[in-house]
Design a protein around this ligand. Structure first.
Ligand SMILES: Cc1cc2nc3c(=O)[nH]c(=O)nc-3n(C[C@H](O)[C@H](O)[C@H](O)COP(=O)(O)O)c2cc1C
Length: 259
């Protein structure tokens, strides 16, 4: 009998039974040192950042998890002094940008899922992946990412899943372009954090920024619609007074719940 196409089947059937990857031993102390010593730096000193440090960090960003593994995050590292200066200006000349040695823009793409999905299907076919893994990209991904002309398919999905959801759990998003934007930014933000932690692990510092003129940043990068600026991250070595104060966090019990 032909199996019904649903998410549970696809995710379950896509699991190959002959692949296992060992979990490497890690050091909590070293990991915590990296995440706890990452601070947002507003004043960098003049120490140059080796190109390999930025490239390693971009590579770390590129292995961050992404929604459906669609890999819609891009990194733009400003190499020319003119482009960097223009970016500093587009970041409103804030000190974290103006004193930085390097600037990397992390871009969330809402319009690359089709290209990436097709490339993933090709790779899955070549590697003899289970049929349901391929179906995931051929059927479910387009269903999720397409909202149709004037968002009408999205509207239909909203009503359909509302009704179906009365009987049990259903995937409710994305049902609009706004949801697609949220999805792509989630993945881009994870990639940004990987990038920043990788910079810290190599002895340098960062500041994530959303204080920028997105239209101008896109123009500098030569990007049009379908590209959204997630963050601009400045990189360098922390200078005197570069950390504005001890880490300020509100009470843990406001945010962490064991339910
Ligand atoms: C998405 C995002 C955007 C931010 N934008 C800016 C910014 O434009 N300028 C800036 O100086 N800091 C910016 N920050 C840094 C935050 O102010 C900082 O993370 C926060 O104060 C906590 O400090 P910490 O990163 O040292 O722990 C941003 C952080 C995030 C996550």
């Amino acid at each position: 009998m032909k199996k019904k196409l649903d998410l549970t089947n696809i995710l379950e059937d896509a699991r190959p039974d002959n692949y296992h990857e060992l979990a490497l031993e890690c050091s909590w102390d070293e990991y915590f040192k990296v995440i706890s010593s990452r601070r947002s730096i507003r004043v960098f000193d003049q120490t140059p950042v080796p190109a390999s440090v930025i490239r390693n960090a971009i590579d770390a960003g590129l292995i961050a998890p992404t929604s459906s593994n669609l890999q819609q995050t891009e990194f733009y590292w400003a190499r020319s002094p003119e482009r960097k200066a223009a970016l500093v200006k587009a970041c409103l000349s804030q000190p974290a940008a103006a004193t930085s040695q390097e600037l990397v823009v992390i871009v969330a793409r809402t319009n690359t899922w089709m290209r990436n999905s097709a490339a993933i299907i090709t790779q899955l076919r070549e590697s003899g992946a289970p049929k349901s893994a391929i179906s995931y990209y051929e059927k479910l991904v387009p269903l999720a990412y397409r909202n149709g002309p004037l968002g009408l398919l999205g509207l239909f999905k909203r009503v359909y899943f509302f009704v179906k959801g009365l009987a049990g759990p259903v995937p409710r998003e994305p049902k609009s372009f706004a949801d697609i934007r949220v999805w792509t930014h989630k993945s881009a933000a994870l990639a940004s954090e990987n990038f920043m932690l990788a910079i810290r692990a190599q002895g340098f510092d960062t500041c994530p920024m959303e204080g920028f003129d997105s239209k101008r940043v896109k123009k500098i990068l030569g990007l049009g619609c379908g590209a959204e600026i997630c963050m601009v991250v400045s990189v360098g070595k922390r200078g005197q007074g570069g950390v504005y104060g001890p880490r300020l966090r509100l009470p843990r019990e406001w945010f962490a719940f064991e339910i």
